[in-house]
Design a protein around this ligand. Sequence first.
Ligand code: ADP
Ligand code: MG
Length: 153
Amino acid sequence: MQEACRIVTKNEEETRLLGIRLAELLEPGDVLALEGDLGAGKTTFAQGIARGLGVEEAVDSPTFTIIKEYHGRLPFYHMDVYRLESSDEDLGWDEFFFGDGVTLVEWAGRIEELLPDHAVRITITVGEADERLITFAPAVERVHRLCRELRRE
Ligand code: ADP
Ligand code: MG
């Protein structure tokens, strides 16, 4: 079993850049399941993914709408399920999770039982000052490869 891959970013721009780089590797049906406290940097990372997918629109937090849809090289579905009343609420999850675009879920733990096995688990932890520890669970090989490459840079 591989180990989790960890990257430290030193500011907001580095976190966004990590998203941009990761986005190059993403394929239809990919699901990024993000965990991290309020202000950890989940939306910042999502902005990087969107930019890396070629989305030109500004991406902000979908806290009140739960799902926002964007179009770049692939469709990008940005979810924040923090305010979801219960995970029984059927928003047509599988159309996103097994669909034609990339889905990023903030507060993914709230819909844990709905997440597909192929979800890439990414956890952001706040460190000292503006440092963030970003951990990729050892799931998808191509994401893991990128994570290792980025660590060497
Ligand atoms: P979340 O979606 O997890 O609640 P946001 O991305 O909305 O978090 O906010 C992250 C906040 O933390 C922003 O104000 C950003 O400027 C700040 N920040 C400081 N350092 C970093 C970093 N290394 N990565 C991401 N955000 C950072
Ligand atoms: Mg957010």
